[in-house]
Write a protein that binds this ligand. Sequence first.
Ligand code: S3P
Length: 447
Amino acid sequence: MAAIVDAHFAPAGSLRGELTAPPDKSISHRAALIGGFGDGETRIERYLDAADTRSTLDAVRSLGARVDAAPGGPGSLTVEIAGFGLRGAVAPAGPIDVGNAGTLIRLLSGLLAGQDGRSFVLDGDESIRSRPMGRVADPLREMGAAVETAEGGRPPVTIAGRPLRAIHYELPVASAQVKSCVLLAGLLAEGRTTVREPAATRDHSERMLRAAGADLRVERDHPSLPTDPVAATIGIEPAERLVLPPMTVPGDLSSAAFHLAAGLIVPGADVRIAGVGLNPTRIGLLGILNRMGADVEVVEGGFEGGEPVGSLRARHGHLQAALVGASEVATTIDELPLVGLLACFAEGTTRIEGAEELRHKESDRIDGVVGALNALGGDAEALPDGFAVTGTGGLRGGEMDSRGDHRLAMLGAVAGLASEEGVTVRDFGAARISYPGFEADLRSLLA
Ligand code: S3P
């Protein structure tokens, strides 16, 4: 277990400069899994070098893949994986340790469910042991797998692989992890598996599976505006093999969002972030910022790893409160804590509703955000399915606890730079889960 590391972030005079966004976590996990369960060699450039995505490399290694990971550019690895094939996972002697990675445990469950005749145990850290697995165990059981969970449907999870049959699954929650789990199991099932999502969720799995040769079709509903991400029904046929062509992972908007937020609330700031993934199913934050009157420029520019990318520029200025409703939650899910932070600096009361899912992340992010903002002098109130934050023109500062949650740790750092007295973040070290270079990158912007 990593040692607890606290950090202090003093008020910043200003913030200026340009950064490159670190590689995307969701896409890195998927590339390693598809590479491991693929045929032959897969080469991944700009694979995220962070605790979560290292867990995925270790997992596919323990299942029989040969994995070479060499330092790439800053915060990234160049990874070569010799896969064991879609049905060729070897049962390791002990449990597979997923660490803190919810995406890993849920997506891998789908692939393991179809490894006929082999059994696997998936376990992880204290936070993973509190996360709901019934949401993937239910559809996998319906497909014919034997899945056992600990009390309350939590990890450790034991999966006995079986021949699977296709199902039609209506996701009870808008979750890309559950959608991906069922689609991956569908590759190993007999018949055509279809999944219906209640709202648009990130579609990285769909893009990558198609690139790897899967017969996957996405039928999207009609958007009310051409730019709106809308829910889809996805169908997938069983496959003999996957072969992922060499790919480069685009930058992670969810990580870039911390610098973007700092650019909006540190007086005089002007921050640019290059190479950011702008997949329409990930950019709910940009719409919310637009309504808050934030000075954000988005320049779209090309494709990386089958995903649209571009650059962002954020400048400090006046913000107004916004209402965030259920329809925006899935495309903004990991950035909602930052909307809460920004709301402390905005005029009026910002409300986030329909976001009960925040309670099931690496920590309960409704209680975590409200606790942190109030500890720093903010005016925040927890709702059953979100939170309300009334802007007070700024934040005093003080001490907050990351609760071991990487996104709360980084939020505390940004709050510190924009605060009057600075912020000490307890267990700031949790940032290593998704963005080990975060502190150095943020400090490089100090003018
Ligand atoms: C992720 C999906 C989201 C998100 C998580 C990463 C993914 O979770 O919060 O950080 O990579 O598919 P849910 O699918 O549970 O909403």
